[in-house]
Design a protein around this ligand. Structure first.
Ligand code: ZN
Length: 332
């Protein structure tokens, strides 16, 4: 199966009432671990690359790893998504590279740190949507800002999404999916205690925009066992808490359909490599510890596919192509 438009994966998730994980990728082991989990649980999947990932992989390497993933897993719908595009040009490049979806984060300026006004956000988002839809590519926008900083993205302040503005924003821009700020935070050090999320915002936005799939960023759970493994084998991470799986499941019930997970994959990889290196002090074959890292990604992602309700939905529908989407957008 070629990669599919993210809009289809999310629209199907709206119909089916489940969530789909969007997992950040930077290398082959992450992609293979995620795809093994998707294949085994029969889950549609979103793989996303940040600007940092594109730079690290010089874009082309990542592109062909995604192509390989799709060719290797013909039964699995896979969307390839740009995470936090900071301007029109970055989104245009991702589309040219073959991404089936882009995020334009117009809640922040190009520096990915300074807040924009509502009008500035609408302007850049609408411009990206108009361009992307010509190619059948999905667009995710963001209204409100998250806490924390990861991959250089974030102002450090949380500004919760206003549901009335969200409705206006979607009507003005035509975005396919909307990321809400409900109190989650990017990065590993999210909260000292379990966070209280503004679930009512999801419910209120869903009421106003019943057909728009909603997105939750900063949704790693930062499981204690992953932190413990890292620290047991020489790491010095502070105690931290992420978003508990129960809260994510509640958010899915209320209308969140795309759940962004980056940190948990990082923790799983780091712990696996630390443990392997400590237990095998004479190891010199990278396949040994990268193989362990791949297995750790697989286990973490598989758990999420089951917890988010994604499992067993890969065969629900026939994949649309970007050309199909071009026609659908034209008819609108
Ligand atoms: Zn994010």
């Amino acid at each position: 199966m070629p990669t599919v438009p993210m809009k289809q994966i999310l629209d199907e998730a709206v119909k089916g009432g489940y969530g789909v994980g969007a997992f950040n990728v930077n290398n082959m082991e992450q992609i293979q671990g995620i795809m093994q989990a998707a294949a085994e649980t029969k889950s549609p999947v979103i793989m996303q690359a940040s600007r940092g990932a594109l730079k690290y992989t010089k874009m082309l390497y990542l592109k062909y790893l995604m192509v390989a993933a799709a060719e290797d897993n013909p039964e699995i719908p896979i969307a390839v998504h740009l995470d936090h595009g900071n301007n029109f040009e970055t989104c245009r490049q991702a589309i040219e590279l073959g991404f089936t979806s882009v995020m334009i984060d117009g809640s922040l300026k190009e520096d990915s740190k300074t807040h924009t006004t509502f009008e500035e956000n609408v302007e850049v988002t609408a411009k990206v949507v108009e361009y992307a839809h010509k190619y059948g590519v999905t667009v995710e926008g963001e209204l409100g800002t998250l806490g924390g900083i990861e991959d250089g993205v974030g102002s450090g302040n949380i500004l919760l999404t206003d549901p009335a503005e969200a409705e206006k924003f979607v009507k003005l821009t035509n975005v396919d999916a909307l990321a809400l700020a409900i109190g989650t935070s990017h990065g590993a050090y999210k909260f000292k205690e379990a966070p209280v999320l503004a679930m009512d915002i999801i419910t209120e936005v869903k009421k106003r925009l019943p057909n728009t799939p909603l997105v939750m960023h900063g949704s790693s759970s930062v499981p204690k066992n992953l932190i413990d493994i890292i620290n047991q084998y020489g790491g010095t991470l502070k105690h931290a808490m992420g978003v508990p799986i129960k809260s994510i499941q509640e958010a899915i019930k209320r209308g969140v359909k795309k759940i962004n997970v980056d940190t948990d994959g990082r923790l799983a990889i780091t712990g696996a490599i630390r443990r392997y290196m400590t237990e095998h002090t004479d190891v010199i074959d990278p396949r040994d510890y990268f193989g362990e890292a791949r297995k750790a990604v697989y286990e973490t992602v598989k758990g999420k596919m089951i917890d988010f309700g994604t499992a067993n939905h890969a065969g629900d529908y026939k994949a649309k192509s970007l050309s199909d989407m071009i026609e659908i957008y034209k008819a609108k």
